[in-house]
Ligand binder design. Structure first.
Ligand code: SF4
Length: 394
């Protein structure tokens, strides 16, 4: 039985940060109790329509700010998941949390519920940058949250940082990353700031109140960070992600996200959540109120559709191949394995994309790892120009 990734979206935040374009809402926290009931209903309806037992390999509470859910609300959802899915064999359970929304007692309680991975949105160690991003926490909140997480026996901790802010200096970025590394996380994710249309930050950019991010400066920050993290004992395994190895030798990569990058099936629950299973991609209604209403009054539908589904699309072979290449090439070590590709699609990788591969290898953007013809991956330079590479396969 394949193990699925289960994503649960929690679309609530105390405040909407100026750069954020996620499906999340401030001021709707009053909906949370009904939303938790709706999530449980969607889980139940989807599992009952599957007609087969479903196994969970990972559970990921993402947002929004999932740490706005109380331990009791998280427990209600986890109990429902355990009723509807087989959860044997070390399921990774991640909770995204904002520093400033957690306490030692909260972390102890969620840890005892089975949350075994915590992902903290740090973004920066610089007070001015945190203000620019409209984050509600300080770096002192981050330090306290990490200390509490360790006291609560969280042994798999991930920190997220953003670089490439308008006017950010390389020296400032170095200070932020070094401050984050002093907290000794097992995992670290680094994202370049992208100013998305429709966000308040984009409106400020149009009004000339803030400058544009400088892509060359961001590339320098990324290159410096890659070297710094490797020097600090982290291994890069994805364009934006680094992890330490356990003493057992296991790389503490995010198993849930590996499911996406390997283009393997997952189920999405909650407002705006996406799923990919049995050759179908599904998208749920965005509005939390509409989500609650649909789940409350809904009945079981043909799998994998639920009452919250607004879009469902069959993924044909051409699209699946393109997505497998685009996602797999994000994995900087693993890349796309030629034998796995052939096993999945019945055609050799070099037969399907011989011309594109030869061209991108000649340009120094792709390379064969291990031995020629074994694993195709981005070169160091290719990591900076991923989109130019991916477009050749879709
Ligand atoms: S905390 Fe995260 S999800 Fe919430 S508004 Fe800020 S960036 Fe968006």
């Amino acid at each position: 039985m394949s193990a699925y990734g289960l994503y649960l979206h929690v679309p609530f935040c105390h405040h909407r940060c100026g750069y954020c374009d996620f499906n999340t809402y401030a001021g709707l926290e009053g909906l949370i109790p009904a939303y938790v009931q709706a999530l449980c209903r969607e889980i139940e309806l989807l599992a009952s329509s599957a007609g087969r037992p479903l196994q969970a390999g990972t559970v990921y509470f993402g947002g929004g700010t999932p740490s706005l859910l109380t331990p009791t609300q998280l427990e209600t959802i986890l109990i429902k998941l355990a009723e509807c899915f087989s959860m044997e064999g070390g399921v990774e359970v991640t909770l995204e949390a904002n520093p400033g929304t957690v306490t030692l007692d909260y972390l102890r309680q969620v840890r005892s519920l089975g949350v075994n991975r915590l992902s903290l949105g740090v973004q920066s160690a610089d007070a001015d940058e945190l203000r620019f991003l409209e984050r509600e926490h300080t770096f002192e909140d981050v330090q306290r949250s990490v200390a509490w997480a360790r006291a609560a026996n969280v042994t798999n901790l991930s920190l997220d940082l953003i670089f490439g802010l308008p006017g950010q200096s390389l020296a400032g970025w170095k200070r932020s990353l070094q401050a984050a590394l002093e907290l000794a996380p097992e995992h670290i994710s680094l994202y370049a700031l992208s100013i998305e249309h429709g966000t308040p930050l984009h409106a400020r950019l149009l009004r000339g109140e803030v400058g544009s991010p400088d892509p060359d400066a961001a590339a320098d920050m990324y290159e410096w960070a890659s070297e710094c993290l490797v020097g600090a004992g982290y291994e890069q395994y994805e364009i934006s992600n680094w992890a330490r190895r356990e003493t057992s030798g296991e790389l503490l990569a995010c198993r849930h996200n590996l499911q996406y990058w390997r283009n393997l099936p997952y189920l999405g629950f909650g407002a705006g959540a996406h799923g990919y299973i049995d050759g179908w991609r599904t998208v749920n209604v965005l509005s939390p109120a509409a989500y609650i209403q649909r789940c409350q009054s809904g009945i079981a539908l043909d799998f994998p559709r639920t009452p919250a589904t607004t879009h469902i699309q069959a993924v044909d072979r051409v699209a699946e191949i393109g997505e497998t290449m685009m996602m797999g090439l994000r994995l900087t070590q693993e890349g796309v394995q030629a034998s796995a590709f052939e096993g999945r699609f019945g055609e050799a990788l070099e037969t399907k994309f011989g011309r594109q591969i030869a061209d991108l290898v000649a340009k120094g953007l792709l390379e064969w790892a291990s031995a020629p013809g074994e694993r195709l991956r981005l070169t160091q330079r290719g990591r900076l120009l991923g989109n130019q590479v991916f477009v050749n396969f879709v």
